[in-house]
Design a protein around this ligand. Structure first.
Ligand code: X2X
Length: 334
């Protein structure tokens, strides 16, 4: 029996449609994972190991190519690309994600978590579960384990920050996020929203006098080259949700999805340990590079946030359910 070319093409088209949703046993998935951090940060070190383990355990069927250091654009750009499917995986601070998922900012409330134990208990528990539910509703897929960014410290080219009063009129860069802007407005600072991709040059050209980040980033992004003082404020904790584009995720057959999730979450746990160790040990190295450190007490900062109505405002925004979950980890805030 002979087929015309037209009949043959129509037939193979129908066959392809008939298989819709079921991947061929040897189908290969080439995925892109993008992030905003230098290649030397534990996030990228663990991500490289993770991609290799996924490639090995899926027998070459899932290839994750890593685009570190804002190679594919700023956080704002990458979030757009993730939603459109231009990139498949992306790690993003919950506070920046809050421009799409407002509830995701709640983990960054100032002076909420007293230590890492409280952070992981909440993030691997009910508070994290609540935020992941909200991310899912917005159409993105969050992995179970949030990766660590760390407790944040304030750096400056002009002066040390010792008490809340030192933050008045301070020209500080903040990430693009309403909560970050609101917090430094409550301190009476002059915050400017700048994506991390532009932070080094904004500090170098003195567009702003300071910024705030965990020590692991101050070190790996070489911010010590353009900042003199580092004030250990630990004013908030920040983490990176490991996000997938929903279509990319659903396209993976269930067995491959399980392997990918397992390795991403395991790499996240290792990254947490790396970052905690770095943040605890980097002060000596950064001092040797010329940074001048000072410690602070949270009292004046917390009092100022309370006085400015910061906690009351955000309690109202996040609502009783979410705020209750946060206060279970932090104790009473507002
Ligand atoms: O933009 C920042 O400061 C960074 C790198 O810490 C985040 O991704 C929130």
């Amino acid at each position: 029996m002979a087929f015309t070319r037209r009949e043959f093409l129509a037939g193979s088209g129908a066959l392809a449609l008939g298989l819709g949703g079921i991947a061929a046993a040897d189908e290969v998935f080439n995925y892109k994972y993008a992030n905003n951090l230098p290649v030397t940060h534990p996030m990228n070190i663990r991500a490289r190991e993770m991609a290799a383990a996924i490639h090995r355990d899926t027998k070459g069927r899932v290839n994750i190519q890593i685009f570190p250091n804002n190679q594919l654009g700023s956080d704002t750009d990458m979030l757009t690309q993730l939603r459109a499917g231009g990139i498949d995986f992306f790690t993003l601070s919950g506070l920046i994600l809050s421009t799409l998922v407002p509830a995701a900012a709640i983990t960054g409330i100032g002076f909420a978590f007293p230590n890492y134990d409280a952070v992981w208990k909440a993030l691997d528990g009910d508070l994290g579960g609540y935020v992941r539910g909200q991310i899912d509703k917005a159409g993105l897929v969050p992995m179970d384990r949030i990766w660590d960014n760390g407790f944040r410290e304030i750096t400056s080219s002009t002066k040390p920050i010792r008490t809340a009063a030192d933050l008045k009129d301070f020209k500080i860069r903040v990430p693009v996020s309403p909560l970050w802007t609101s917090m430094f407005q409550a301190f009476g600072s002059a915050p400017t929203s700048i994506n991390f991709s532009d932070v080094y040059s904004a500090l170098q050209t003195k567009l702003v006098d300071g910024e705030e980040n965990p020590l692991a980033i101050i070190s790996t992004a070489k911010l010590y080259e353009v900042q003199k003082y580092c004030s250990l404020t630990n004013h908030m904790w920040d983490g990176f949700w490991f996000l997938a584009n929903r279509d990319s995720w659903n396209r993976l057959p269930a067995d491959l999805r399980a392997i990918v999730a397992k390795h991403i979450n395991a790499a996240g746990m290792q990254e947490r340990a790396d970052v905690a160790a770095l943040n605890a040990g980097l002060q000596t190295q950064l001092t040797a590079k010329g940074m001048v450190f000072n410690t602070t007490s949270p009292d004046t900062f917390r009092a100022q946030l309370r006085k400015a109505g910061f906690y009351a405002h955000w309690k109202d925004k996040f609502g009783a359910e979410a705020w209750g979950l946060l206060e279970r980890a932090s104790g009473r805030l507002a």
